[in-house]
Design a protein around this ligand. Structure first.
Ligand SMILES: [Fe+2]
Length: 373
């Protein structure tokens, strides 16, 4: 038993190293990554917690997590080796594992939650009072996030009757061949301000051919902002310049060159601005100008929440701080991190439902601060 478990752990760790080989076809790479992550989960959790998720993605990280997994699996192996009938052990462990994984993959992964907030901003023009903004991120169209389940999210988003939809990145997963599906999904969005779908890019959009992303998603409704900005005027039209609520789209932190100070430069101080930024870590690393609210995704809420541990795997350099919800970084401006719609390499969600966020905007002249209720 012991040898078999250890063999699986080292084997999957080596598979993960092999998955980095660039000539390996995408589907095989996916299988390697998923099996490696699942088998080495205890070690990945500990290394992720101690050294940050990104380190786990490296070859030494995976080998280290395989080693740690052996130590952490030890009590489980001892329990499995007790003198109990083999079929009962297999039934208990396998059944519980399968049930939990199945629930996370089939039920919770697509159990979308609509979260509604009142968002108070200083200097909001009177013409934009009551504006309804829907935030969604991390569509991850791909082999796991299929159009059928995504249609449910689309329906829920449209039922929110948005004036404006903001989507900060990660439209596809694993391959550029999924960009047409993402484009079709975007075409289904209905906004009360015509064509008011504003997007920015995430790391997966860069990884899967950003040129293709530009050409395919560029053909559908909306505005793609990559280090660009627009202003929503009091007349509720989106313009390149003018007065109103500014929408600034930053490039991705891992694969692009986000420049917060640069994109805010020149906007008059008395005009409010929302910043679309896929990776919330930018809030720790950049400041320089008024930001009323940064809207982010990327972390997926950690996807799996464990009792006592919280969300151990969060793809952020700052642990669980930016897993989800309302956060204030050292720059002093607030960030809202949505849990996103899709899933990443691990195709399950447990205790972390996918999220569609609705903000109803109001003017705050009393405290002159961004307030979320
Ligand atoms: Fe993502």
């Amino acid at each position: 038993m012991r040898k078999r478990v250890y063999g699986i752990l080292w084997g999957t760790a080596l598979l993960a190293c092999f998955a980095k080989w660039p000539l390996l076809p995408g589907v095989l790479r996916l299988i390697c990554w998923v099996s490696a992550i699942l088998a080495n989960a205890p070690g990945v959790l500990v290394i992720g917690k101690l050294f940050g998720y990104l380190w786990v993605r490296t070859i030494p990280g995976y080998l280290g997590s395989a080693f740690l997994s052996m130590l952490l699996w030890e009590p489980v192996i001892r329990w499995l080796e007790r003198p109990v009938s083999h079929s009962r052990r297999v039934f208990l462990v396998g059944g519980a594992g399968l049930a939990l994984t199945g629930y996370g993959a089939a039920v919770e992964r697509v159990n979308y939650q609509v979260r509604s907030y009142q968002l108070y901003l200083p200097d909001l023009p009177p013409g934009l009072e009551g504006l309804r903004v829907v935030l969604m991120a991390d569509l991850h169209c791909g082999p796991v996030n299929r159009p059928a389940s995504m249609r449910r999210a689309l329906q829920l988003a449209n039922d929110c009757r948005p004036d404006l939809v903001l989507m900060p990145g990660d439209f596809v997963h694993y391959s550029h061949t999924y960009f047409p599906e993402a484009a079709e999904w975007l075409q289904g969005l209905r906004t009360r301000i015509p064509g008011a779908v504003v997007t920015s890019w995430g790391n997966h959009d860069h990884w899967n051919d950003i040129q293709r992303a530009n050409s395919v998603l560029g053909a559908c409704q909306g505005h793609r902002l990559c280090q660009q900005r627009l202003v929503l005027t009091e007349g509720r039209t989106l313009e390149a310049s003018g007065q109103g609520l500014w929408l600034c789209g930053l490039d991705d932190l891992w694969e692009g060159k986000p420049d917060l100070a640069g994109i805010l430069r020149g906007i008059p101080d008395n005009q409010p601005r929302l910043v679309l930024c896929h990776n919330p870590d930018v809030a720790e690393e950049q400041s320089g100008g008024r930001v009323d609210l940064m809207l982010s995704g990327h972390t997926h809420g950690g996807q799996v929440s464990l009792p006592g541990l919280g969300t151990p795997i969060v793809p952020s350099h700052y642990g669980q701080k930016y897993a989800s919800g309302w956060v204030v970084g050292p720059g002093g401006y607030p960030v809202y991190v949505t849990r996103g719609l899709g899933v990443g390499a691990v195709p399950i969600r447990l205790g972390v439902r996918p999220e569609i966020t609705v903000f109803e905007l109001h003017r705050n002249d009393k405290t002159r601060q961004t307030v979320l209720l």
